[in-house]
Design a protein around this ligand. Sequence first.
Ligand code: B12
Length: 478
Amino acid sequence: MKIALIEPKPPINVYFFLTHIPLLGPLFIGTMLKKAGHDVRVFKEDIVPVYNEKTDELHPFLKEADAVGFTAITHTINRAYLIADALRRQFPGKRVIMGGPHPSALPHEALEHADQVCVREGEYVALDMFEGRNNDPIVYGPRIDIDDVPAMDLSILQGYQNKRKKLKMKYAPLLASRGCPHNCIFCSVTWMFGGKYRIKDADLVMEEVMMRYKEGFRKGFFYDDNFAGKHEKTKIFLEKLIRADLDFTWTSQFSVHCAKDKELVTLLKRAKCQTMFIGVESINPDALKDMQKCQSVNMIRESINTLIKAGLRVHSMFILGADSDTAETIEETIKFSRSSGSATTQFSILFPIPGTKLYDNMKEQNRIYINDWRYYDGSHSVILPKNISPLKLQNKLIHGYRYFYSRKIIHWLASRIGFFVWKVLNKQYMKYIRHFTRKLRKEGVVKDGVLTLKGFRTDALPKILPVVTRRKLRPQVP
Ligand code: B12
C-alpha cells in the first residue's frame, strides 16, 4: 500500500527556529508500516508542503496514496481538517486516519473529517487500521512496551536531506522515555502516555544515537518530557554515552528535581548535554499550586543555580496567567527569568489543551472566550484570567520576551523583529482582545484590573475569531 503521513504546518509559527523538529508519531508509525512492506512517506509541511488551498492542489503522492494519516496538536488541527476535507472531496473513498494529541482528546470532532481516529499510542494498532483489519471509527491504542519501538527510519521523512545530501534537520530526533509521574493541570502528557514513567533500554537508545551519528548528525534532541525521570536508569545510559566519546551535543526537557542528584548533574555535563529545558512555570508559590506543580520556589532557585554552576545551559520555561497570578506576580516571574541566569527563556500564556484538567475546569467555569484552535499555542490569551485583564496578560507576554532578550543586541533585535511579525500576523486578534477587554471593563466584569466573572456568559462570544465584526464581538452580560 502507498501511505502518506502528514504533520500539518502551524498557522502562525512563533517557533520558526525549531520548525524542522518533526513530531515523532508519524516517524514511529511510518517506520513500523514500512517494515511491514508498505511504501510510506512522511510529510512535515514546514519542509514539504502538501496542499495549496488557493489552487486546491494536493501533493501528487497524496493523490496516489491508498491511505493518508494525520498527526496533529490543537494548534495545527484546523489545517489537518482542511487537508483531510480536500482529500475526501477530491478522492471520495480514500482512507483518512487521524491520531496525535488533539484527535486523541476530541475523537468525535476529528471523526467529522476522517474515517478513523486513533486515541493515544498508535504503535500496536496502526498496522491493523491501515491494512483494514480494524475498522472501528475510534480505536484506543494500548500502552506500549517502549523497548518494542524500532529505531526511527528517517529516510521516510520527505525533504529532510537536501539535494546535496546535507541534513536539513539540525537536531537528530531521539526518545528515551514515555510518560510522566507528575500531573500538571495544563499538560496533556500524563493523560496521553500515563503516569507510569517508561524508560527505554539504554543499549537500544545508544544504538539509535549511533545510527543518527553515522547519518551525520552532531546534535540531538531527546523528545522526553522528563529525561531523568528515573535517575539510576538514566545514569546507565549517560555512562554509555560518555564511553562512546562522540562529538555529539544534545538537549532535552528536565524537571527541577534532577538537580538534587549531584552525580546525575556531573554525568549530564560529561555526556555533553548542552541545554536543559526546565519547566519553571512561575515563581509565585500560589500559581505553582494552581498548576499542581510539585516544586517550591526555593527548589527552583537552587536547581537552576546548581545546573549553571555545573556548566550546563538552562532554557527556562514560564507560564503566565494562572488563577493566582496578578500583574505584580507576573512581573516578578519575568524579572526572575533574567536574574536566574538562564541562557534562554520561553514564556507562554496559560491555555487549556483539550484532554487536560485545565480544559475541563475552564469549560465548566465558562471561561473559554476563544474557541478557534489556531490560537491554542501559548502565545495567545484564550481564557479569561482571574486577576488580570486579557489584554494586560497578552502585553505581559510580549514585555517578558523584550525584557529577557534586551541584554544582547542580537537577541534584542531578534525579539523586536519576532514580535513585530507576530503583531502584524495577529492584528485582528489584538484588535479583538483590546475591544473585548474594554467591553469587560465597561460592563464591570473587570474592576480595578480584576475580573468578577459572576453572571458572565462567554458562550455568547463568537466562535471564529477572524470573521467577527465589532458589532458581533459584544459579550452578553446579563
Ligand atoms: C517535541 C515537542 C515540541 C517541538 C516541536 C514539535 C512539532 N513539530 O510540533 C517544539 C519544542 C518546537 C514544540 C512546540 C510546541 N509544542 Co510541543 N511537544 C513536543 C513533545 C515534547 C514531543 C512530541 C512527540 O514527538 N512525542 C512523541 C510521540 C511518539 O507522541 P505523539 O506525537 O503523541 O504520537 C503518538 C500518538 O499520538 C499516536 N499518533 C500520533 N500521530 C498519529 C497518526 C496516526 C495516523 C496514528 C494512527 C497514530 C498517531 O501514535 C504515536 C505513537 O504512540 C510533546 C509532548 C509529548 N510527549 O508528546 C509536546 C506537545 C506535543 N507540545 C505541545 C504544545 C502545546 C506545543 C506548543 C503550542 C508550545 C507551548 N506553548 O506549549 C508549541 C507549538 C509547536 C508548533 N508545531 O507550532 C502539546 C500539544 C498538546 C495539544 N493538544 O495541542 C504537547 C503534547 C505537550 C503538552 N504540554 O501537553 N513542541
